[in-house]
Design a protein around this ligand. Structure first.
Ligand code: F6R
Length: 244
């Protein structure tokens, strides 16, 4: 628990940078699972600073993003492709071919095969070394809404009405928010060797308490993280308000 979100974000960025540098020294690649939304922005800012001011290179980094709205064109302002480039990729030396973000442009009949291939690509890279997560007020991680099973894989899902309400701020009007998304599954996330869940602000306090201290259940998909052997929950004092 950090007093301020910025301190928590800086500490997480340091940890990611240390992992990247360690792997670099071993001549190995590092596979990061990344999230969008407001929660990781401070981490990405600090990673960019480390790149600019402290010679952190992303040359050995491969990334897989958790999710993308469906349908969604990559050049739309609300796309996660746009978000990731604006917030991180345009400012660091990652190789474009090492970036993976679910493709929201596919015709629906191609989606199943594409999702299987996304899982396979992660495995072929050696699996996720570290997965960064935010949490939605429904208890979702990625877009794994209530009802998602612990073994779920990358797939097309329907967004929860509360998630659509929360996304409306980015889409001008609630009716413009896509009803579906492509997301890594809970099972995909649970296979990561290390997980860091971020939550900032009082708006996350209730769902964070349920996630960390509540019963493990698909009603709060993030609660499955209790069963992961190496997960850190990094929060500010406001998100921690309801923890006992
Ligand atoms: C985003 C994602 C979502 C968000 C969650 C929290 O890639 O997978 O699970 O992490 O909706 O969003 P923010 O951080 O905007 O509160």
């Amino acid at each position: 628990i950090f007093e301020e979100a910025a301190e928590g974000a800086a500490s997480v960025a340091e940890e990611i940078a240390a992992l990247i540098r360690r792997k670099q020294q071993q001549g190995e690649q590092v596979v990061l699972g990344l999230a969008t939304g407001s929660s990781p922005i401070g981490v990405y800012k600090e990673l960019i600073r480390l790149h600019r001011e402290e010679w952190l290179s992303f040359d050995n980094v491969i990334t897989f993003n958790l999710d993308e709205y469906y349908p969604m064109q990559p050049d739309e302002l609300q796309s996660y492709v746009h978000f990731m480039h604006e917030q991180l990729f345009n400012h660091i030396d990652i190789r474009p071919e090492n970036i993976h973000i679910p493709d929201g442009t596919l015709p629906v009949e191609k989606v199943k095969e594409y999702c299987l291939a996304y899982e396979r690509q992660i495995q072929d890279c050696g699996g996720l070394d570290l997965q960064l997560l935010g949490i939605g007020r429904t208890g979702h991680i990625g877009f794994n809404e209530p009802g998602s099973s612990i073994t779920s894989a990358t797939r097309l899902v329907k967004l929860d009405p509360l998630t659509i309400t929360d996304a409306a701020k980015d889409f001008i009007k609630e009716e413009y928010v896509p009803l579906r998304a492509l997301t890594m599954g809970v099972g995909t996330i649970m296979k990561a060797r290390q997980i860091i869940l971020l939550a900032w602000g009082e708006g996350k306090a209730k769902i964070l308490q349920q996630t960390v201290e509540g019963r493990i259940s698909d009603e709060v998909p993030a609660s499955f993280l209790q069963q992961h052997p190496r997960v850190q929950v990094v929060v500010d004092q406001w998100a921690a308000l309801e923890l006992t």
